[in-house]
Design a protein around this ligand. Structure first.
Ligand SMILES: [Zn+2]
Length: 228
C-alpha cells in the first residue's frame, strides 16, 4: 500500500490520481490508514471492497461533481472492516477538504462577510458547472458554510490532541492561547459564539500544524474523533 502526498495538486488532479491508484488489484490498491481504527494494529490490511461516491469541489468559481472511489479494508488481526478516506476528503463530507476549510476561513476571518457572501464570487453565486447543453441552476448553498463551522467547532478532541502534539514539538508555541474571537454581529447566542470561536481556534491550529508537520491535520484527527 502506498500513500503519496498530492497536496500541491488541484482537487481534480488529486481525485484522478487517487482513482488510478484505486484501480489496482488487491493489496496493490492505494491505502492511507496506517493503523486499524478498532485495535490499532498496523497494516497491511486485507482488501474488502470499493464503492463509488460523488465528491463536490470548487474549481475556478464553479462547483464540480467528481467521481471518487473509496476502498474498504479488513484488519487482519481483529477483522474489523473500515473505510479508508483519502487525505483530501473529510469523512462524511460532501465537498473536498480544501473547499470546506476555504469557506470556513473566508467567513471567520472577514468580519463583514455574511454566510450568503461567502458562497458568492463577487456578485455571482458559486454555481454548478453545467454538463453538455443542460442549463444548470444549482449553486453552493450558504447553509453549507454554517454546517462546516458547526462541524469544525465540535472537533474538541482534535483541538486538544493537535495542541498537545504541537506543544511537544515546539514548547514555545502559543497555539493553546489563541482566543479565536469572532465579530459580535455574527452570533445571536452564547452557544453559536462558542461554536464559531472553537472553529476559529481549530483553523489557526490547522495552519500551525501544516507548517510544523508534513502530514495533513485532517482526516487524521477527525477519524480519531469517532467519525469513522
Ligand atoms: Zn483491528
Amino acid at each position: 500500500m502506498t500513500g503519496i502526498d498530492q497536496s500541491s495538486l488541484s482537487t481534480e488532479a488529486q481525485v484522478e490520481h487517487h482513482n488510478n491508484l484505486m484501480c489496482r488489484r488487491g493489496s496493490e490498491r492505494v491505502g492511507y490508514r496506517k493503523f486499524c481504527a478498532r485495535c490499532d494494529a498496523p497494516g497491511p490490511f486485507a482488501p474488502h471492497d470499493a464503492r463509488r461516491r460523488g465528491l463536490r469541489a470548487i474549481v475556478e468559481q464553479s462547483v464540480v461533481v467528481l467521481t471518487l472511489w473509496i476502498a474498504r479494508w479488513r484488519c487482519r488481526k481483529c477483522r474489523h472492516v473500515f473505510t479508508d478516506t483519502p487525505p483530501f476528503v473529510l469523512p462524511y463530507k460532501r465537498y473536498d477538504a480544501s473547499t470546506h476549510l476555504r469557506l470556513a476561513r473566508d467567513y471567520l476571518e472577514n468580519d463583514r462577510r455574511s454566510y450568503r457572501q461567502t458562497v458568492r464570487h463577487g456578485k455571482l453565486p458559486l454555481g454548478y458547472r453545467a454538463s453538455g447543453n443542460e442549463v444548470e441552476e444549482r449553486a453552493l448553498h450558504h447553509m453549507t458554510v454554517w454546517r462546516t463551522l458547526l462541524w469544525l467547532g465540535a472537533q474538541l478532541p482534535a483541538l486538544a490532541s493537535g495542541r498537545e502534539i504541537i506543544l511537544q514539538q515546539n514548547p514555545s508555541s502559543t497555539c493553546h492561547r489563541i482566543v479565536g474571537a469572532v465579530a459580535p454581529h455574527k452570533f445571536r447566542n452564547p452557544q453559536r459564539e462558542r461554536t464559531l470561536r472553537q472553529a476559529r481556534q481549530l483553523m489557526a491550529l490547522i495552519t500551525e500544524w501544516e507548517r510544523t508537520f508534513p502530514e495533513k491535520f485532517f482526516p487524521r484527527f477527525a477519524t480519531r474523533s469517532g467519525f469513522d
